[in-house]
Design a protein around this ligand. Structure first.
Ligand SMILES: Cc1cc2nc3c(=O)[nH]c(=O)nc-3n(C[C@H](O)[C@H](O)[C@H](O)COP(=O)(O)OP(=O)(O)OC[C@H]3O[C@@H](n4cnc5c(N)ncnc54)[C@H](O)[C@@H]3O)c2cc1C
Ligand code: FES
Length: 252
């Protein structure tokens, strides 16, 4: 893990209320994997906490992160200009380890698609079948990256782009045809909860790995702000023990 002063190379909207920021690292941070995240300073020194964002694209020493504008931190981040310098702690957390899997179903909702893109990019030998759900057409983004999958199904809640519906149902409709040997998923908590319930309901035993989002403080295991309950009743730190967990090993 390194704390690096990085230079903004690009920062622009890619969909309504969603930006992609690309930062150039001053040197290597080591291997970065899909599912891992960074803790990025916002550029406003009065905001002590950095913001956790999933690694999306990695090209040499350039790392791109996509963020939805939500509160003060991400609003400040939209103002970062080319050449500005921001501190970034990385890489943090574990990742989607797909070694041994040949055919993987990808289920993503909203900003949850970003870490999944990194997983698709780095596992070029895996056949991916991707189901990406967005709120509406204005939120649809990065289809060129998602399209690196063997098949891509896009859904929107209101049917303004792709099929009307959600990524979980789209995946379940196809589930028997694709016969994946693993599932990876990231999205809003309610989406992951529904995915878990439906996999259980249908007795689908395919290993499923989900990336969780919790409010975070330190991002490296010290403050316990991010704990979730594991299935055995113990606590797990999303930042250090996750953010990627086998779906049945955590309470959603
Ligand atoms: C491992 C991980 C990866 C993430 N990856 C992405 C991503 O790739 N793209 C993206 O758009 N968002 C991602 N998020 C969510 C993102 O961190 C929050 O949306 C962001 O921190 C909100 O900051 P804010 O200042 O705009 O909002 P505010 O609500 O003003 O934030 C106040 C505080 O709460 C924390 N916080 C608020 N919402 C969240 C949240 N959902 N998760 C964690 N901390 C939160 C902030 O970090 C900050 O400390 C990720 C979260 C986690 C935990
Ligand atoms: S954010 Fe501090 S322990 Fe996870």
């Amino acid at each position: 893990m390194k704390d690096l002063l990085c230079t903004v190379r690009d920062n622009r909207p890619v969909a309504e209320n969603i930006y992609m920021i690309t930062l150039t690292l001053p040197g290597s941070a080591g291997a970065l994997h899909g599912g891992q995240f960074v803790n990025l300073a916002t550029g406003d020194n009065s905001l002590l906490l950095r913001r956790p964002l999933g690694v999306c694209l990695v090209e040499g020493n350039d790392v791109s992160l996509c963020y939805q504008v939500k509160g003060r931190g991400t609003q400040t981040l939209t103002k970062a200009k080319v050449g500005d310098e921001l501190k970034m702690l990385l890489p943090l957390g574990n990742y989607f380890d797909l070694s041994g899997y040949k055919k993987v179903a990808v289920v993503g909702g909203g900003v949850g698609i970003f870490p999944l893109i990194a997983a698709i990019r780095e596992n070029s030998g895996v056949e991916f079948h991707t189901y990406a759900g967005f709120r509406n057409a204005a939120a649809v983004c990065l289809l060129d990256e998602l399209g690196k999958s063997k098949t891509l199904t896009v859904t929107t809640d209101d049917g303004s782009y792709g099929a009307k519906g959600n990524a979980v149902d789209a995946f379940l409709t196809d589930e028997k045809n694709i016969n994946a040997d693993a599932i990876i998923a990231c999205g809003p908590p309610v989406m992951l909860k529904i995915l878990k319930a439906k996999l259980t309901e249908r007795s689908i035993q395919t290993p499923c790995f989900v990336s969780l989002e919790e409010r975070m403080g330190c991002g490296m295991g010290a403050c316990l702000v991010c704990v979730c309950k594991s299935a055995d009743g113990k606590n797990a730190r999303v930042c250090k023990d996750g953010p990627v967990f086998e779906i049945n090993s955590v309470e959603l």
